[in-house]
Write a protein that binds this ligand. Structure first.
Ligand SMILES: CC(C)(COP(=O)(O)OP(=O)(O)OC[C@H]1O[C@@H](n2cnc3c(N)ncnc32)[C@H](O)[C@@H]1OP(=O)(O)O)[C@@H](O)C(=O)NCCC(=O)NCCS
Length: 210
């Protein structure tokens, strides 16, 4: 079913409503949600039904789910369907930066020249990704986090609110960087890292040895 001009957002959460707000500012005139919770509520927007309804709809779609794993799973389920990239009009995205399909750059965020963001990434409110960074698929740079220049971040990593990653550091995929942490050297083992400087506090599930 095609409804031109209508965006379908998957995930009727606060994050979903932020995505809807940005989509409206970008000119989408109709927005509807899909969510598996029977009591899901998306403020002024209709919730059409569960996520499985996406099979009957042509979209375009935006997946507004905070968990990287769930965002990846749902995006893979939508394979072949149109995914939009949402960029708030008050975000600064450099002409030479690349932002992948299904990614979102929120208000007052910056993505600087030469930065490359993969698919399904979130650059949250007031976060920044500086020049020449390479950010993998389904990475979330949370509110007010700063990724300095020439940093590489592997897929599915979550950089917590207000965290800082200094320049020229590589972080592997599957990490959680705690809120307020400072990553000052490379991370090669998936896990949770907190503090200043950031240290491993928990290995990711399935990682057997440090
Ligand atoms: C790091 C984090 C993932 C740990 O979550 P958790 O596994 O549920 O850990 P807990 O809340 O049980 O805390 C475990 C311990 O770590 C400490 N801790 C938790 N988060 C911390 C952080 N960011 N920095 C330093 N210490 C932290 C807790 O105080 C607690 O210490 P204690 O055992 O001495 O009491 C989480 O606290 C965090 O920072 N998440 C990021 C949230 C965020 O940025 N959201 C943004 C949304 S846009």
């Amino acid at each position: 079913m095609i409804d031109s001009g209508r965006l379908i957002i998957i995930g009727a959460s606060g994050h979903g409503r932020v995505a809807a707000d940005i989509a409206e500012l970008m000119g989408f005139q109709k927005i509807a949600f899909l969510d598996d919770r029977a009591d899901a509520c998306a403020g002024p927007y209709p919730v059409l039904g569960p996520v499985s309804m996406s099979r009957e709809l042509d979209g375009p779609f935006f997946v507004a789910v905070g968990s990287s794993a769930a965002r990846r799973r749902i995006t893979e389920m939508l394979s072949g369907k149109a995914l939009v990239t949402l960029i708030h009009p008050q975000a600064a995205v450099a002409r030479t930066a690349e932002v992948g399909p299904g990614s979102i750059v929120m208000a007052c965020a910056a993505v600087n020249p030469g930065a490359k963001l993969g698919m399904g990434c979130i650059v949250n409110t007031c976060a920044s990704v500086d020049h020449d960074c390479v950010i993998g698929d389904f990475v979330h740079v949370a509110v007010g986090a700063h990724i300095c220049g020439t940093v590489t971040i592997g897929p599915d990593t979550w950089v917590g609110a207000g965290a800082t990653v200094i320049n020229n550091v590589d972080i592997c995929g599957g990490c959680t960087i705690g809120a307020g942490a400072a990553v000052v050297r490379g991370i090669t083992l998936p896990g949770t890292y907190t503090g200043v400087p950031a240290r491993l506090v928990k290995k990711a599930e399935g990682v057997l040895s440090v």
